[in-house]
Ligand binder design. Structure first.
Ligand code: UDP
Ligand code: MG
Length: 323
């Protein structure tokens, strides 16, 4: 166990990104308020603890519901983005906003409450032991489709191979301390990959396992292209191994080309063999063409990453805020 000085009873903020979650948001708020009240009555968190919703540019009535809830219960706070920025930026906004509003630790959880909210108590227990990052690890992936299981596994394995060892089966359900938020503030990257950051920052980290439920209502907001974008951002912001791979591959290919060239010259000069094998030619051309395009693509991803970072556009723009 990690040893650190005793911590005081924390002010907890729970951040909840929502995109078109009108069917879930009210029930989710009720259940999370129940969790907060329970923890307050047990003396585990301060009574100033609160919920913070981030409406990621929903097109349905999600924001109206949040506003109504805030009017009747100021424990519910939130912000609305000017447009949809995606779940990672919504999470970032949540973390940055509650750090400004004030809190000792923050838990992020999905609006569909697929993650068992009762694990929050265990998160707090670990925080009190001195951990700065408590990762929620799902017990199984039974609620996921075959496709999602397969792509998630491929992603984690690729990341591991590329040197960023992100814990398997950790979604964005976690607790982080104020200290972590302050360190995060000093990172200037615009395209922030949260799971990579929490993994590499080096603060005392532990895990808590939890059960995954079925989505309460509505549909998953992730599709193939948004998952791919998340995975590519994860890879290009935390690993340069693919670039090295391109360089090494290029070297071997050049060596191979050189050897084949010498062999052809020798054949021509000493054995007077005229070239035959049109097919071989085409195959080699295609193979080289393919490899070059693939490598260009990898480099292009990194150039794209640089391009977006250099422009330094704001990560998100808030339209409204309820505090
Ligand atoms: N979400 C978001 N912006 C988006 C997509 C999703 O804020 O562009 C939120 C969504 O409302 C939910 C969380 O991110 O609270 C996880 O999304 P979802 O449950 O659809 O993902 P899944 O559980 O299927 O991976
Ligand atoms: Mg979900």
């Amino acid at each position: 166990m990690y040893n650190c000085p005793e911590r005081e009873c924390p002010q907890l903020a729970i951040i909840i990104p929502c995109y078109n979650e009108e069917l879930c948001v009210k029930t989710t708020a009720d259940q999370l308020i129940y969790v907060l009240k329970d923890l307050i009555s047990k003396g585990k968190i301060k009574d100033t603890s609160y919920l913070y919703f981030i409406d990621d540019g929903s097109k349905d009535s999600t924001w109206n519901i949040i506003e109504d809830m805030h009017k009747s219960n100021p424990i519910i706070k939130g912000t609305k983005f000017i447009r949809n920025y995606g779940n990672q930026r919504a999470l970032m906004a949540g973390l940055e906003s509650v750090n400004k509003l004030g809190c000792d630790c923050v838990v992020s959880i999905d609006a569909d409450l697929q993650q068992d909210e009762r694990a929050i108590e265990k998160f707090i227990d670990e925080y009190m032991k001195g951990y700065d990052i408590v990762l929620g690890i799902r017990n199984d992936r039974n609620t996921d489709s075959f496709f999602k299981k397969f792509t998630a596994e491929a992603f984690y394995k690729t990341m591991k191979l590329l040197g960023a060892n992100i814990p398997m089966n950790h979604s964005d359900y976690r607790l982080v301390s104020k200290r972590t938020l302050d360190i995060m503030d000093s990172y200037q990257e615009k395209l922030f990959f949260l799971r990579g950051f929490f993994n590499e920052v080096g603060l005392p980290t532990t895990h808590v396992s939890f059960n995954v439920k079925k989505r309460m209502a509505g549909e998953s907001k992730f599709n193939f292209s948004s998952l791919m974008a998340l995975a590519l951002n994860g890879i290009t912001s935390y690993s340069v191994v693919p670039l090295r791979f391109v360089a090494v591959l290029g070297f071997f290919m050049a060596f191979f080309g050189f050897a084949v060239g010498i062999e052809t010259v020798i054949e021509k000069l000493f054995w007077h063999n005229s070239p035959n094998g049109w097919a071989t030619n085409i195959i080699v051309m295609c193979a080289f063409g393919g490899i070059q395009l693939f490598c260009l693509g990898i480099i292009g991803e990194y150039v794209g990453q640089l391009y977006r970072e250099v422009k330094a556009r704001p990560r998100y723009i808030k339209d409204k805020e309820l505090i």
